[in-house]
Design a protein around this ligand. Structure first.
Ligand SMILES: C[S@@+](CC[C@H](N)C(=O)[O-])C[C@H]1O[C@@H](n2cnc3c(N)ncnc32)[C@H](O)[C@@H]1O
Ligand code: SF4
Length: 247
């Protein structure tokens, strides 16, 4: 640890004691008194890893994913049974990683949660565009998912290339969304990529609504220091102007 980091730690903690990290977890989660409690389930698997992404994720393997979900279901019962009766919660959200890779076990996870919680405002789940097929969507819908969120980033090949993502099969995505409708279909976009203009972004958003979205999320590209992305972030002023224009 550098001298400056140590000094900052002492100043922040008002103590000269070093941090000690303990490998222990007391397995309680005191949620009984929480009002407006929402549930979040993390599924940390992706078919390929994007070098700009800051989230907790590992490369998908069926075996690892199955083991993870076995443990997750045990954890849900362990934590859920600490509360007598069923606790009312607002929503349940599956994020990742790419939770749609575990579509075949989503119902099992939701059923385990419903033994301990009453979900009043719907269930959301994130998909990669490759997961938007009739089979996967129908499996998710049958499991009780009401809101889907698709990580499009951009419909323009140029920006997919910059991000190291592959071209999206728009017509396959569009027909799957038509065949299996959801209450909310959200699409994620990343903006403020090198050379990206207002018109690029406007076309992305117009196309999102034309291809089946009824909600969009636009994230400014962030060059996280701990990722290995070679993409330079847009200067702050330009980014702000783009955000104001698109808003
Ligand atoms: C968990 S991913 C969405 C689902 C799926 N894994 C995918 O990528 O298609 C969440 C979203 O975070 C956004 N994101 C990831 N890295 C980002 C970064 N460095 N800057 C801004 N947004 C980022 C992307 O829009 C991505 O769709
Ligand atoms: S952006 Fe999505 S697909 Fe890419 S690594 Fe992150 S979570 Fe996985």
């Amino acid at each position: 640890m550098s001298f400056i980091t140590s000094l900052t730690r002492m100043w922040l903690t008002r103590s000269v004691q070093p941090f000690t990290f303990k490998n222990e977890y007391d397995q309680t989660l005191p949620f009984a008194e929480c009002e407006n409690l929402g549930l979040y389930v993390h599924i940390p698997f992706c078919k390929s890893i994007c070098n700009f992404c800051p989230y907790c994720k590992v490369l998908y393997s069926k075996e690892l994913c199955e083991k993870y979900i076995d443990a997750l279901v045990q954890e849900i019962h362990l934590v859920g049974s600490q509360h007598a009766g069923k606790k009312k919660v607002t929503s349940l959200y599956f994020g990742g990683g790419t939770p749609a890779l575990a579509a075949n076990r989503t119902k099992e996870i939701i059923d385990a949660l419903k033994e301990h919680f009453v979900i009043s405002e719907g269930i959301g789940l994130e998909l990669h565009p490759d997961n938007v097929t009739v089979d996967v969507l129908q499996t998710l819908k049958d499991a009780g998912v009401t809101k889907i969120s698709i990580g499009v980033q951009s419909f323009r090949d140029k920006f997919q290339n910059i991000l190291g993502r592959k071209k999206i099969d728009i017509s396959a995505m569009r027909s799957a969304l038509e065949a299996v409708p959801f209450e909310t279909v959200s699409m994620d976009f990343i903006f403020a990529l090198p050379g990206q203009t207002y018109d690029d972004l406007k076309s992305d958003i117009d196309e999102a609504f034309a291809f089946g979205a009824n909600h969009v999320a636009i994230y400014p590209f962030i060059d996280f220091t701990f990722t290995e992305s070679p993409v330079a972030a847009m200067p702050k002023k330009e980014k702000r102007e783009l955000l104001d224009a698109i808003t």
